[in-house]
Design a protein around this ligand. Structure first.
Ligand code: RVK
Ligand code: MG
Ligand code: MG
Length: 319
């Protein structure tokens, strides 16, 4: 498949997962099952059916900045977060505070120190990382460095940074794999572990557990207990990767699985969507989902164009 289609798949996959998960954000799987059976389509949401949240809004900011600067530029990316910030999309408290500090003049690489103890380890810097994974998909060292720098703007804690790095590596790896051949989830995971090589025990443990889960086909409760489904990066990035690896043949199945795990559904959906979309490309995203995604100034049409622009940026910096 053409690389351009994979770029579009990853960015639109973020939007689709975010919008699919948003109406049930914060619900545990038992409650989702009782009220809806299974979430399989875009449902009514706070801002309307098919709308996105902070996950996609910040992903748009990253893509815009990477295109504008032909690569990473810290002050510009922080500015892009501010330009795009709409509080009604639903932002994390730490991120909201950091952005207001930057707005009042704190440098882009200082403000993130001011929240929590040692910075945030929320999943906010991993949920938005798809464009970084795309632009540097074939340069793992540069990819890791840019993922880290994009994270520290709002998420300085090691666990926040490593969550963004892990998610960006998963997107990049999914882009590199030829989707016309059968993918082996165990090989994917093993290579990912080698490329990632984290400092923190949390991610090492989760990746080890993931391999065990892939062998077993466990029920949802065991997956949540082992990998987590909450707003902390180490309790959601591995869950999103697992949702993809347990359903490598279908974008639709991976996302339905991810969202019905409950908890931080929009974000686990967005991250699974970014990886699965990078693997299958835009052709893998069901049309009945795509057609119900939000339109408007920065809706689905804009995101598609932005992904094409990101692809042109890739060609430009690699010419
Ligand atoms: C509303 C203790 C910490 C921590 C630390 C916890 C949107 C806090 C998206 C904090 C995502 C939460 C989500 C989120 C993204 C983080 N010590 N607790 N060092 N670091 N936490 O505020 O952008 O939904 O409980 O930085 O990562 O859809 O409130 O925001 O689901 O993680 O928010 O971290 O949030 P924040 P974020
Ligand atoms: Mg969100
Ligand atoms: Mg969320």
């Amino acid at each position: 498949m053409f690389l351009k289609e994979k770029f579009i798949g990853s960015l639109m996959g973020t939007h689709a997962g975010d919008a699919l998960g948003m109406p049930v954000e914060g619900y545990q799987p038992g409650l989702i099952k009782m009220r809806w059976g299974q979430v399989t389509e875009m449902m009514d949401a706070r801002l309307g059916r098919g709308t996105y949240t902070d996950d996609t809004e910040m992903m748009i900011a990253i893509a815009e900045s990477l295109c504008r600067c032909k690569g990473f530029n810290g002050p510009d990316m922080a500015q892009a977060f501010l330009e795009n910030f709409s509080p009604d999309r639903g932002y994390g408290g730490g991120t909201t505070k950091v952005l207001s500090l930057i707005k009042s003049g704190k440098p882009w690489d200082e403000a993130g120190k001011e929240v929590f103890n040692g910075g945030s380890y929320g999943n906010g810097s991993a949920m938005r990382i798809a464009p970084v994974g795309c632009l540097f998909y074939d340069k793992p060292q540069q990819l890791k460095e840019v993922a880290k720098l994009s994270s520290i703007i709002t998420h300085r804690h090691l666990l926040g940074i490593e969550g963004a790095v892990l998610q960006s590596l998963a997107v990049a790896k999914a882009l590199r794999i030829d989707d016309s051949k059968k993918m082996d989830p165990f090989t994917f995971l093993q290579e990912l572990i080698e490329e990632f090589n984290p400092q923190s025990k949390e991610y090492k443990d989760k990746l080890y557990l993931m391999r065990k889960l892939l062998i077993k086909e466990p029920d949802k409760e065991e997956v949540i207990k082992s990998l987590g489904n909450d707003v902390r990066a180490y309790n959601s990035v591995p869950t999103a990767i697992y949702s993809f690896l347990a359903h490598p043949d279908s974008f639709e199945e991976a996302l339905i699985y991810a969202v019905n795990l409950g908890g931080d559904t929009d974000t686990i959906g967005a991250m699974s969507g970014a990886i699965s979309g990078a693997y299958h490309g835009i052709r893998g995203v069901p049309v009945y989902w795509l057609e119900s995604l939000e339109e408007g100034p920065k809706g689905r049409g804009y995101i598609k164009k932005l992904a094409k622009k990101l692809y042109d940026t890739y060609l430009y910096i690699n010419k």
